[in-house]
Design a protein around this ligand. Structure first.
Ligand code: PRP
Length: 192
């Protein structure tokens, strides 16, 4: 007998041995909000020419893929990788560049795409670092924002959802590399 594993709910989760965390933001709400963000960004950059989207690895890879495909303006894709947290519950505060963008962003409009802004330190670091490449402009976009966790003042031009202090996974976000490919935002731990 052939069993279609993907038809069994539990097997929709990539890591099949993990229990599915409770839903904080359903898949359909994420899709709807990304549609709205894409419309707004497309309108804002309508007359500005090519937009360079810079996805922050690893967490932003799914958000960037979905957002970029919904834009109706010319765009190119870059990635950057930083390491901001030690592998523990406590943010170290240190941000380290692991991989720079490949393309030249001098004179071009840049949109940094993040999965989540927590303390804001990563985004603050990235804005300062990318400014040194001489872009025409830099704006920021984050699917999730934890305003109560901010330790630095950083502007986010496009925000998907504001959330509380809870720990979240899915749609690119992980906890110790687990649950990144969950199709929704799940809650794994309440706010401290
Ligand atoms: C997460 C997230 C952001 C950063 C935000 O990355 O993707 O880049 O933390 O935190 P902050 O606002 O407190 O600086 P993480 O270091 O977990 O790496 P990952 O994206 O590779 O999972």
């Amino acid at each position: 007998m052939i069993v279609l594993l993907y038809r069994i709910p539990k097997f929709r989760i990539c890591n099949v041995n993990e229990a599915a965390p409770p839903v904080l933001i359903p898949e359909a709400d994420i899709a709807r909000r990304i549609d709205e963000l894409a419309k707004q960004i497309s309108a804002d950059y309508q007359d500005k020419g090519d937009l360079v989207l810079i996805g922050v690895l690893k967490g932003a890879f799914i958000f960037l893929a979905d957002l970029s495909r919904r834009l109706t303006i010319p765009r190119t894709i870059e990635f950057i990788a930083v390491s901001s947290y030690e592998k523990s519950d406590v943010p170290s505060g240190a941000v380290r560049l692991v991989m720079d963008v490949r393309g030249n962003i001098e004179g071009r409009h840049v949109l940094i795409v993040e999965d989540i802004v927590d303390t804001g330190r990563t985004l603050e670091y990235l804005i300062g670092m990318l400014e040194s490449h001489g872009p025409a402009s830099i704006r920021t976009c984050a699917l999730l924002h934890k305003p109560e966790s901010a330790t630095v003042d950083v502007d986010i031009d496009y925000v998907g959802f504001g959330i509380g202090g809870e720990w979240v996974v899915g749609y690119g976000l992980d906890y110790a590399e687990h649950n990144r490919t969950l199709p929704y935002i799940g809650k794994i731990k309440p706010a401290d």
